[in-house]
Structure formats: structure tokens, C-alpha cells
Design a binder for this molecule. Structure first.
Ligand code: SF4
Length: 394
């Protein structure tokens, strides 16, 4: 959207800076995300009461009405049609565009110097019972390989992050093709990450391909959601805990310092104390580096919203607390394991005569020197700091 606007002679900025027109890209994945989208509109009205506001994204796709009555909202368009953003601003459309069956190609994203997100796929066919995304984003569709590679070649970023809703379902000629995609991306000689994977796609062949990639950053985000088979079944997740555990051990065998992160939902419908304890105990046995823990958020229209046996908010919050304490313990263990090991860090910020950035295995480090933003340096991690690790250039 920023690229299209700049081509049409708008000047663009990010976040809540003072501007004449704001585009709020809303999220519907949880109730809280949706509430934050509405709060953003209220904040904009305080920054510039004459601003024009355009609403897009999944929350507006789910319910257009919730955004129409805000003052200054000139257009509400849902998750699709962003390729027409200039016309939308000019014509003030309050309509939801149809979900496309094919991947809708857009102009390449605005060039970013440090880390650029490159979308490879949209939509999802999995219908996890708690999730509203397939209803809002439509069925899975993959972007043309050459279009992806051309955008990466034209990017000036030092790191690429491949993204999508269900990247594991990336296809070429209707055949699963994530392995082929990473082989091709690796040839472009820019370091790259994969934002998120379903466990079923992490086969031996896939890991052997990644090991041969010179530019792959060993950071695996594998959404587990629950570590109890009964809960996973009700969630319509398509694996059992043992499978997940096996994949994690394969990753650690091949990439001993890999960062493995995950998402967990607690307090899902009918999750008993026994099921939660199973999840807790099973997670304890896994070497997660980072865990994002969410209380279950009911989304109207999903299969889970029609199930009986809701877990109370207090019980869910208590479970979040317990798992968060375990997650913090695991993160510290991961960081400690990395002391005195060598990594590459992409520098992305300066503050107080220090430089900051992420290692290839996603550790945020502080370097006691001003070095060039956007460059990759070899470092040795020396110690744990409060919010980052201390590292020295080698
Ligand atoms: S895989 Fe499941 S959780 Fe992820 S987007 Fe698809 S339906 Fe939602």
C-alpha cells in the first residue's frame, strides 16, 4: 500500500505520526487484537481530529459495521482489495471486496534497508476449530515463484522474512513446494528466515535442504497450541504431541543452536485440569527458546464457539501465568546455552553509543560500539543482560 501511495505522489510514514490520512490494518485473530484496532482509531482522532481514516484487514472483513460509525472513517474495505488503495482513498468505499481464489499479485513492497517481509502465500484450508482466519482470508493460495524471487532480488534489505498465513501449504503447480522455494531463495545470497511452519512440513528432506542453505537463519516458529492430544483433537490440529516432539528433536540434532519458538492457547473449550497438566508436563520436556501464550479467545462463527464446556476466565488466566513462568525459565536456559558461542548479527538500531540487532538464531544482542546499521557482523555472546545479550565483535 505504501508503494502504491508513493507512486501516486503521497508521502508515507509509519505508526501513529501526525498525518492527513491513516490506514489502519486491523486484526481479528483474538478479541483483544480487534479491540486494539478500535483503540487505534480513537488515538488517531486525538492526534489529528481532521484526519481521514481508511480501515482494512481481517477485523473489518469480519464485521464492517463496527468501524463505519467512527468519525473521519472514509473507507472500510476488509482483507482484500488493498491493491486498489489509491482509488479507495479517492472514492471513499465502504465495501468488502470478494475473497480471490488465486493469489492476488501486488506491487512489490516498499524497500526497507534492514529486514523485509516477503509474502509467499495467503489463506488457509486447515480450519482449526478456534480460528476465524480461514473464513476471513479464504482458501490457501500461493504466490508465483518467479514473482517472489524477483521481489527479493530487487529488495535492498539485508534480511528477508518469508511470510504467509499457512506457508507450509506453499505450492507450485498444485504440489507442495516449500522445499523448492527455500532452495531457490538461498541462491539469492541474502540471509533469510521462515516466519512460521506447521510441524507436518518439517520432514527430514526439508531439514536436509535447510542444512545445505548458506543463508538460512535457524529459527523455527512451530505453532504447538496444546501439548495434550485430546485438546489438539478438539482444536482440529492435525498432529499428535509425539510427532511434534520428534520434529523438535530432529531440528535440535541438525541445528544444535536453533531457536525454536511456539504459540500456545490455554483454557480452550473443555480443557480440564488434567489436560492442562499434560500440556504443562509435555512442554517442560521441550527445548523452547520463546513461547507466546494466549488465553483462548472465542471467535463467533468458528466451530469451537458452538462447543459446550467453556473454561472460566480466571482458570485460563491462572494457566497463562503458570506457563509464562515456565516459558521465562526456558528462555533463560536458551540464552545461557548461547554464552561463549559465535553467531552473526544483523545490526538494526543504535542507542546510547551501543548497537543492537538479532543473531541468526534470534537472540537480541547489544554491542558496546557504534557499527553500521543493515550490516551483518560476526559476534561472540558474552553474557546475559536485562532485555538483550551482551556480545563482542570478533
Ligand atoms: S493453521 Fe489453523 S490457526 Fe493457523 S491460520 Fe489456519 S486455521 Fe488458523
Amino acid at each position: 500500500m505504501a508503494t502504491q501511495l508513493e507512486r501516486a505522489n503521497f508521502s508515507t510514514c509509519m505508526d501513529l505520526q501526525k498525518a492527513d490520512i491513516y490506514i489502519v490494518n486491523t486484526c481479528a485473530v483474538t478479541n483483544i487484537a480487534e479491540r486494539k484496532s478500535r483503540q487505534t482509531i480513537a488515538k488517531i482522532n486525538k492526534i489529528n481530529e481532521k484526519a481521514k481514516i481508511v480501515i482494512c484487514g481481517c477485523a473489518s472483513q469480519r464485521e464492517v459495521k463496527q468501524f463505519c460509525d467512527y468519525p473521519n472513517v472514509i473507507a472500510v474495505i476488509g482483507s482484500h482489495g488493498k491493491e486498489n488503495i489509491v482509488d479507495i482513498i479517492n472514492e471513499c468505499k465502504k465495501e468488502i471486496f470478494e475473497i480471490p481464489c488465486q493469489y492476488a499479485n501486488m506491487q512489490f513492497a516498499k524497500n526497507i534497508r534492514v529486514r523485509q517481509f516477503i509474502k509467499i502465500q495467503d489463506g488457509c484450508n486447515n480450519f482449526c476449530t478456534y480460528c476465524i482466519i480461514p473464513y476471513l482470508r479464504g482458501r490457501s493460495r500461493s504466490r508465483d515463484l518467479n514473482d517472489i524471487l524477483t521481489e527479493i532480488k530487487q529488495s535492498k534489505a539485508s534480511e528477508i522474512v518469508l511470510t504467509g498465513i499457512d506457508m507450509s501449504d506453499y505450492r507450485i503447480d498444485n504440489k507442495l513446494a516449500l522445499t523448492e522455494l527455500v532452495k531457490q531463495v538461498d541462491k539469492l545470497n541474502v540471509r533469510f528466515r521462515i516466519s512460521s511452519l506447521e510441524v507436518n512440513v518439517v520432514t527430514d528432506e526439508f531439514l536436509d535442504t535447510l542444512i545445505k542453505c548458506k543463508n538460512f537463519c535457524p529459527h523455527f516458529h512451530l505453532s504447538l497450541q496444546s501439548a495434550c492430544d485430546e485438546t489438539l483433537k478438539r482444536m482440529n490440529r492435525k498432529y499428535k504431541f509425539d510427532k511434534f516432539k520428534h520434529v523438535v528433536s530432529q531440528i535440535k540434532n541438525k541445528f544444535p543452536f536453533a531457536c525454536i519458538s511456539t504459540d500456545i492457547i490455554v483454557g480452550f473449550v473443555q480443557e480440564s485440569d488434567v489436560e492442562f497438566q499434560t500440556t504443562y508436563d509435555n512442554i517442560e520436556s521441550l527445548p523452547f527458546s520463546y513461547m507466546h501464550i494466549f488465553p483462548y479467545s472465542e471467535r463467533q462463527g468458528t466451530a469451537a464457539s458452538k462447543m459446550s464446556g467453556k473454561v472460566s476466565k480466571d482458570v485460563a488466566q491462572n494457566r497463562v501465568k503458570k506457563l509464562t513462568a515456565l516459558a521465562e525459565h526456558k528462555t533463560r536456559a536458551f540464552l545461557r546455552e548461547n554464552i561463549n558461542t559465535e553467531h552473526t548479527v544483523l545490526v538494526e538500531a543504535h542507542k546510547d553509543k551501543k548497537s543492537y540487532g538479532y543473531t541468526e538464531n534470534y537472540i537480541y544482542v547489544e554491542i558496546n560500539d557504534i557499527i553500521e546499521i543493515g550490516k551483518v557482523y560476526k559476534v561472540k555472546i558474552k553474557d546475559i543482560n536485562q532485555k538483550s545479550m551482551l556480545a563482542e565483535i570478533i
